[in-house]
Design a protein around this ligand. Structure first.
Ligand SMILES: *Cc1c(COP(=O)(O)O)cnc(C)c1O
Length: 390
C-alpha cells in the first residue's frame, strides 16, 4: 500500500470504479433523466471532489450539495459543471453564488426580496431552483399563492432566473406509502400551475435514490442521486427489490498494532467490562470513536482478519479498540472493519444496524482523521489526508 500521504495504520478505501458502475447502471435504468450527483457532507464521507469527478465522468451532468461552502470548495478544486445548493443560503451571499455560477434553492418571498438588493452587487445572473414542500415538512413552499408570487418575481427579474423546480419525498424508500403517491400528485399539480402561468424551467425534479430506483412517474427530467451512487440501499425494503445490483464503494481498514495473551480473569479496556474466561489472544486496533468508530458498536461488532470474523471486546476508546483473536496473530496484520476479506463481508448495513441507525450515517461519521485512499481502474490513484492538508 502506498503510504505517501498518511502515517497511521487506519484508513478508508473508496473504490471509484464502483461509483462509476453505479452511475452507469442508473443511466441505463433511466435513460431519459439527467443525473445530479449528490456529494454533500464530503460525498457522504467518500470524498466530495473525487466522487464528483468520477460521477461526472460516468454520466452525471450536475452536482448537488447542502451548503454554499461545499459548492465553493468544488469550484476551488476546478469543477465547472452546474452545482445546486439544496439548503437555504443567506441572502447576503447571493452575489458570491452568482459569481461562482452556483445555483441556489429558494422557498421564501422575504428571502427573495432581500436577495434582490444584494444581487445589485454583481453583473451575473443568479440561477434558482424553487423548492416545494409537498409533504416532507422540512423546507419549501406549501401555498400556491406563494409559488405564484415567487415564480413571477424571479421570472420578471433581469438578475435571476428559474433553472429548476423541485420537491423531496419523505417515504420513497417504503414500498407501500400513500404519502409518496400523495406527494407525487401534489408536485404534478404545482407543475401544471406553473405551466398555466407560463413558467417553463429547464428542470423538474423530485427523485432521491429510492424514487429513482423505483422510477417515479411524472414530467420530471432529473434525479438527485445520493446514497445509491455510493452503492448503498436507501432502506432494507428497497434492498430486496433493487432493479440492478449496487456496489458498495466504501471500506474501512486498520492493522493490529499489539498482540497479547490474557489469563483467565484479565480484563480489557475502560470499566473492565470484558474479562477473559480462559487463556485468550487479544489484539489492539488503532481506531476509536474519534474516528467515527462509535462506542456503541461494542459489544456486537466484528472485524475481519485473515478472512475470519473476530469480535471487538470491551469498550471502544477514543483512538483504539481491542479484538479477541482465535489464535496468536502478528502485529501488522490487516483488519477490515467494513468491507470484504476472502469470502467474508461486513456490509455498511451490518454496522448501521448494530449502531441502531441507517447506513447513510456510518460513512458520514467516519471522521476526517481517517485518511481516504482512492482506487481507480483497480489501482490506488490518490490519498486524502485532511489533517496534513493532502
Ligand atoms: C440528500 C438529498 C438527496 C439525496 O438523497 P439519497 O437518498 O441519498 O439519494 C436528494 N435530495 C435532497 C433534497 C437531499 O437533501
Amino acid at each position: 500500500m502506498d503510504r505517501h500521504h498518511f502515517y497511521r495504520d487506519t484508513w478508508a478505501e473508496i473504490n471509484l470504479d464502483k461509483i462509476s458502475r453505479n452511475v452507469k447502471s442508473f443511466k441505463k435504468h433511466l435513460p431519459d433523466q439527467k443525473i445530479m450527483a449528490v456529494v454533500k457532507a464530503n460525498g457522504y464521507g467518500h470524498g466530495a471532489y473525487q466522487t464528483a469527478v468520477e460521477a461526472l465522468a460516468s454520466g452525471a451532468e450536475l452536482l448537488a450539495v447542502a451548503i454554499l461552502d461545499e459548492a465553493l470548495a468544488l469550484r476551488k478544486q476546478g469543477i465547472s459543471e452546474p452545482i445546486l445548493v439544496m439548503n437555504r443560503i443567506r441572502p447576503e451571499y447571493v452575489s458570491l453564488a452568482a459569481e461562482n455560477e452556483i445555483s441556489v434553492t429558494v422557498f421564501q418571498k422575504e428571502w427573495l426580496d432581500e436577495a434582490s438588493d444584494f444581487l445589485k452587487e454583481t453583473e451575473k445572473s443568479l440561477k434558482i431552483h424553487i423548492k416545494l414542500d409537498t409533504g416532507m415538512g422540512r423546507v419549501g413552499i406549501t401555498e400556491a399563492t406563494e409559488l405564484y408570487d415567487i415564480s413571477l418575481l424571479i421570472n420578471n427579474s433581469s438578475k435571476c432566473e428559474i433553472e429548476g423546480v423541485f420537491t423531496h419525498f419523505a417515504t420513497a424508500d417504503e414500498w407501500e406509502s400513500p404519502l409518496f403517491e400523495e406527494q407525487r400528485k401534489r408536485f404534478i399539480k404545482q407543475i401544471d400551475l406553473l405551466e398555466k402561468w407560463g413558467i417553463t424551467p429547464k428542470y423538474f425534479h423530485s427523485a432521491n435514490s429510492a424514487a429513482a430506483l423505483r422510477k417515479v412517474e411524472g414530467p420530471f427530467n432529473l434525479v438527485r442521486l445520493g446514497i445509491s451512487m455510493y452503492g448503498l440501499s436507501p432502506s432494507a425494503e428497497m434492498k430486496e427489490k433493487l432493479p440492478f445490483p449496487l456496489e458498495e464503494a466504501f471500506s474501512l481498514h486498520s492493522q493490529l498494532v499489539h498482540i497479547k495473551k490474557l489469563s483467565p480473569g484479565d480484563t480489557v479496556s475502560y470499566g473492565a467490562t470484558y474479562a477473559a474466561k480462559e487463556e485468550e489472544w487479544v489484539g489492539t486496533l488503532p481506531i476509536g470513536y474519534a474516528d467515527g468508530w462509535q462506542r456503541r458498536l461494542s459489544p456486537g461488532a466484528e472485524v475481519l482478519i485473515r478472512g475470519e470474523r473476530v469480535p471487538i471486546i470491551g469498550r471502544i476508546c477514543m483512538d483504539q479498540c481491542m479484538v479477541r483473536l482465535p489464535y496468536k496473530m502478528e502485529v501488522g496484520e490487516k483488519a477490515t472493519l467494513i468491507g470484504t476479506q476472502n469470502d467474508q463481508t461486513i456490509e455498511m448495513d451490518e454496522i448501521a444496524s448494530l449502531a441502531n441507525t441507517i447506513n447513510y450515517e456510518i460513512p458520514c461519521l467516519i471522521s476526517s482523521r481517517v485518511p481516504r485512499v482512492f482506487v481507480k481502474k483497480g489501482r490506488i490513484s490518490e490519498n486524502m489526508n485532511v489533517i496534513l492538508n493532502f
